[in-house]
Design a protein around this ligand. Structure first.
Ligand SMILES: [Zn+2]
Length: 443
């Protein structure tokens, strides 16, 4: 991207004045950011660090994770799949100060290893995060290969270029260097806001920006809550800002949170129960897991009670309408040996029928369907199928058993229902006549 704004031009110019990464820094990275590797090949151990090879002693097993090189004494991690040449990629950072900016320079290093050869290295500065004292950050970076599956497939021949403001949302921005070059410079304002020398597994650019513009980060660092700070800045699922009142209570009472995720979950429950989050007896429990599980169970119980109460009121009001519409058909019942088919009389019966046969007759409110009449087919009073009949067409619309499938009585059920459809007609005519007489009477 071509620098357009004053700040973009300033940073792009300042970037060219930074001293190149020194060979000293590179040597440091080679020694400090990589693992040492070993491989078992053709019955011999090979140290990929010093290229020494030796025959394993009889008792040593080839499945060991680490071995010790007999020449350089390096602790070697064993390459699992017997590859005799491969590479490792790691990030490190160099911290500098330039014209009032805190600069975080991210170096990507490659280590190429091959049996019988000393490892070779490649280093490239891939990003520079420029942070001003207000905590605003702009990033210069190499281009990446967009067609590669990896988000950090750098094009090493490209130049560092200023990137748009929203680069902070890119996963590249969150790359956390494995180590920081030990001799570094930081802005005085960062020291004032609590920074000493530790990074606590937080990417330096993320730590610095937060210390400059987020009082939560500053408070956590100054009260030495470093693992909580790291959770706050690096975890995607944290809700520390929302739970800040409760966090402050913990800080005040010097309570150590054992498991942040469970604790935050527990605070959400406390909030649901409208508990005082400044009260240590709630917020700082002795046995977090136990009280957490208790509250979960209590909430579940209340939810079920509430649901049942709501259903009861709903069923009551639905019952009135249902009765007014379908009263004429109540009591209709057909029998053939063990099989009985009868009209569902209560909305409550719809719920039970739906629960028993695991279909949607209740949830989809079949009791409100004006043209439908619902029958339950049962054997020894156990529901086996539910039948929907259209009143206007005098036809069976559907007849379904457990989970909407046919039961083994399906054919008998259909036969018995069909035979009795004329009975239904009689009731409909009766209903019509009653309605007619009622209106006539009113006239
Ligand atoms: Zn060695």
């Amino acid at each position: 991207m071509i620098p357009k704004t004053i700040i973009e031009k300033e940073i792009s110019n300042l970037s060219t004045t930074l001293k190149p990464i020194t060979s000293q820094m590179q040597t440091w990275a080679e020694k400090n950011i990589f693992l040492k590797w070993g491989v078992l090949s053709r019955g011999k151990f090979h140290c990929l660090e010093c290229s020494h090879s030796w025959k394993p002693e009889l008792q040593s097993k080839s499945c060991e994770k680490y071995i010790k090189c007999t020449a350089c004494e390096g602790r070697l991690k064993m390459q699992g799949c017997n590859q005799v040449h491969f590479k490792e990629i790691e990030y490190s950072a160099v911290l500098d100060v330039c014209a009032g900016y805190q600069v975080v320079r991210i170096i990507c290093s490659h280590k190429h290893m091959k049996k019988n050869t000393a490892p070779s290295y490649f280093h490239k500065e891939v990003m520079q995060h420029w942070i001003n004292p207000k905590g605003e950050v702009r990033t210069m970076s190499l281009s990446t290969n967009v067609f590669s599956g990896a988000y950090d497939a750098w094009q090493y021949y490209s130049a560092l270029e200023i990137r748009p403001k929203d680069f902070q949302n890119s996963p590249k921005y969150r790359i956390n260097p494995y180590r920081i070059y030990p001799s570094f410079k930081v802005l005085p304002v960062l020291k004032r806001n609590g920074f000493k020398t530790g990074f606590y597994n937080i990417a330096p650019q993320i730590l610095f920006v937060s210390l400059l513009k987020d009082s939560i980060a500053e408070t956590l660092l100054k009260s030495s809550q470093t693992s909580l700070l790291s959770y706050y800045l690096m975890s995607h699922e944290q809700n520390i800002r929302q739970n800040w009142q409760a966090v402050k209570t913990c800080l005040k009472y010097k309570y150590k949170i054992e498991d942040y995720k469970i604790w935050e979950d527990y605070i959400t429950l406390l909030r649901w129960f409208k508990k005082d989050l400044s009260c240590s007896s709630f917020v700082c429990p002795k046995n977090l897991n136990e009280v957490h599980d208790k509250l979960v169970a209590k909430k579940r119980e209340l939810q079920i009670k509430k649901y049942l109460l709501k259903m009861r009121t709903e069923i009551l009001s639905a019952q009135e309408i249902y009765e007014a519409e379908k009263k004429e058909f109540f009591g209709l019942c057909f029998k053939d040996k063990d099989l009985t088919i009868s009209v569902l009389k209560n909305v409550q019966d719809f719920m039970e029928e739906g629960d028993n046969l695991k279909h949607c007759i209740f949830t989809n409110e079949y009791y409100t369907k004006k043209d439908s009449l619902i029958f339950s087919a049962r054997i020894e009073n156990i529901p086996i199928e539910t039948i929907e009949v259209s009143l206007s067409k005098l036809q069976i619309i559907q007849c379904r058993g457990l989970k909407n499938k046919n039961s083994k009585y399906h054919i008998e059920v259909l036969k018995l229902m069909k035979e009795n459809l004329p009975l239904l007609k009689k009731r409909i005519n009766k209903q019509k006549r009653a309605k007619f007489e009622k209106t006539a009477l009113m006239l």
